[in-house]
Design a protein around this ligand. Sequence first.
Ligand code: ZN
Length: 300
Amino acid sequence: MTKEKLELVEVSPRDGLQNEPDLVSTENKLALIDHILAAGFRRLEAGSFVNPKKVPQMADGDAVFAGLPKRADATFIALALNLRGVERANAAGAKEINYVFCASDGFSIRNNGGPVEETFKVWPEVAATAKAAGVRLSASVSTAFGCPFDGEVPVRRVVEVAERCLRESIFELALADTIGVASPADVHERFRAVKASLPAHVQLRAHFHNTRNTALANAVAAVEEGVRVLDGSLAGIGGCPFAPGAAGNVPTEDLLYMFNRMGFDTGVDLDRAIEGAKFIGGVLGRKTPGMVSRAPKWPS
Ligand code: ZN
């Protein structure tokens, strides 16, 4: 029996590192990316093109993209929040851009520089710019499960924002639990609601943080809703500079162990992923949240 495919998108070089107070060198970011590729990941967030004054850790995006291995079998995603970021990503040679909107105004004002309504004004131009550059474009809806400033985010609001994302040509739509407040029931409800208006050619992606230890359960719920693309960050590093109290992303190696045991094929080697998790933990010089990398090997 052939196993069902599940794509794990590795976000440690971007979401994982962006909140780290001490600057990680470009060299170490590229070494992390080598570990990620060696483990078998074929799609990863390599960096973001955002205001370097606001997110100093991502200021070397150009250098990271310039230093990426030339591999036709790997996709390196650049994250952008505005037209300038898209233009910088294009100039850096990014082949895929993840453009981020928010479901809540409170977070949008701090993260994207304006209320949600205002951030969509530039969306047609962003899509046209990406298309002209031959870049694959995906959209993320952050704070899709709750906002650190506005509190609960209604389901209908998430659907509205998702529908606006879908007015331009994207190949993928992500719902992100930016601050890790979702439960599996929320995941079922929100992905189901968004699926109702999703064109067949657009795939879904889920992005979870483990702030309240619900991320693995949420990942299972997303897969039960038909999502086949999940974000993870090796070692469970990560957080958001504009989301107070947001802890790390779901540890990719923990996701990988679980979905391996559930019979999915991710194309990623667990031992090599653990090596990557240990590498970045060593660079950061502290204990990281991932659990599988600290557990005895199973089956032994
Ligand atoms: Zn995140």
